[in-house]
Design a protein around this ligand. Sequence first.
Ligand SMILES: Cc1cc2nc3c(=O)[nH]c(=O)nc-3n(C[C@H](O)[C@H](O)[C@H](O)COP(=O)(O)OP(=O)(O)OC[C@H]3O[C@@H](n4cnc5c(N)ncnc54)[C@H](O)[C@@H]3O)c2cc1C
Length: 423
Amino acid sequence: MFDTKNKPKIVVIGAGFGGIYVSKGLIKSNAEIAIIDRQNHHLFQPLLYQVAGGILSAGSVATPIRAIIGKNANTFVRMESVIRIDRQNKKVFTDQDNSYNYDYLVLATGSTYDYFGNDSWKKYTYTLKTLKDAVNLRNKIYSSIEKALTTKDPDEKKKLLSFVVIGGGPTGVEMAGVIAEVTKKLTKEELKLEFSDINIYLIEAMDRVLGMYSEDQSEYAKKSLEKIGVQVKLKSMVKNIEESVVETNEFTINASTIVWAAGVKAIGAPALLDDIPKQKNNRIKVNKFLQVEEDKSIFVLGDSSYFEDSGKALPGLGSVAKQQGEYLSKQLTSICAGKSFDKEFLYVDLGIMATIGRSAAVANIANIPIKGFLAWLLWGLVHILLLISFRNRLWVFTSWIWTYFLDSLEARNINASYAKDLD
Ligand SMILES: Cc1cc2nc3c(=O)[nH]c(=O)nc-3n(C[C@H](O)[C@H](O)[C@H](O)COP(=O)(O)OP(=O)(O)OC[C@H]3O[C@@H](n4cnc5c(N)ncnc54)[C@H](O)[C@@H]3O)c2cc1C
């Protein structure tokens, strides 16, 4: 609920990459801003796989939204889920029975994993999208290893020490790599655990991993994964998933931990704007000003939006959402000040990068392909800089020193009740 009657009102739904940068930029505007997120934190998803691997603690990749926004006369933060939008009366409704009027509405609700119509697979697999997902996966990885060391059944032991990651994009490659690194580390601490007992599979339907990189980089990523003990299965289409079983067109694997990292689709915005037509991956098409053409008081950005650039949609990347957020804050600040704003959004492609274990990576910076240790160092530097607060940067940097130079895994506690609390 807003305090004043005469100031323009902006409701921002979602405080991920897009939402937090638009909100930060609006603090000095003359509008009143409501920031609504179903979580109380802004999450740095690119490092979630390190939380799942026990390298980083949950707190190092999550920052309270209030800590970022601070106490401002014109801004308030509420932890609620938006469940309905009344476009006619310009009002949003939440699961806490609250409603907020708006003059301008910003939707930055992100994306989720897509099971391509096989939603029954969801309950047998782990994903990496929220903090809860990462902590749950960490609990699963480390408790499977502990159970494997106590079971007397050799088949059960094999299943507990088998890990399947489905999807050879950046998330799948990074996740499979981290499982290999951390399980190898555990074998150094436990006499009864050999790395040869552990099976890590990365399953990809295409003929190479990291399809958005060059063939040479894909081949390098595959070889690097194999070098650290990941079995890369290409041209393998998953046909069925059940409890601890993955069936492909080629083989069947019994594995207690199955991670789904194949394909994403937009969430939140598509259901809230149910009368607006959707594009590929359920995204909402926006014009060059990030507005929904059918209702120009609504802006959609980040993973939920479909922004066409040279005939192609911009990819679902943190850098896209961040740049769109920064752009939109300037645009809305001008509009709310009664000034015209006719500058279209222009995405500056700063490149893409993905890591493979602890010292290999691939990157395309300014269309220059890089691979190896240099790419890994660049990856580390860029990710530290992209974290939203100094505290996060310091924590991540310190944890990396501990992990990579002192060979210690500090964040691998099995703590199931914590994960439940994050619901
Ligand atoms: C494992 C992983 C690794 C990645 N690695 C990289 C990388 O290396 N580089 C890169 O550029 N990108 C990477 N990405 C992609 C990047 O994280 C996303 O593109 C980015 O987060 C999208 O920002 P967004 O603001 O659109 O959505 P998000 O950051 O997902 O934020 C959406 C927010 O909306 C909130 N929300 C959703 N629905 C509602 C609702 N109904 N009511 C209230 N709140 C709601 C959510 O709680 C969330 O806080 C990665 C993503 C993942 C999952």
